[in-house]
Design a protein around this ligand. Sequence first.
Ligand code: ZN
Length: 107
Amino acid sequence: MQRVEIFARDNYRCVFCGLVFPEEDLTVDHLQARSRGGDRSGGNLVTACGACNLKKGRTRLAHYLAQNPDAYRNFLEYATHVWKRHLAAIEEEIRKLRTDSGGLQSR
Ligand SMILES: [Zn+2]
């Protein structure tokens, strides 16, 4: 899919902060990095604003969402076009993170 198709599908809304941005402030984020076997089809791509993309950096998505409850809530609400298997994998990874760390600090 083209960048603009992803943005239009997501209504130009960043799936992490939940805000709407003009096209020039948006980026396309891969849920599963291409280096980890992710592809460029719609179910693997979400709209993210430049600020969130920068904040997330190279952090694994599950780690980022586990550390940012607001972003996780927005992600679940807005990333509705994501493949279920990706969502399931992310949720499973977050569950493991929480178990391993004996529960993340809540803010
Ligand atoms: Zn954002």
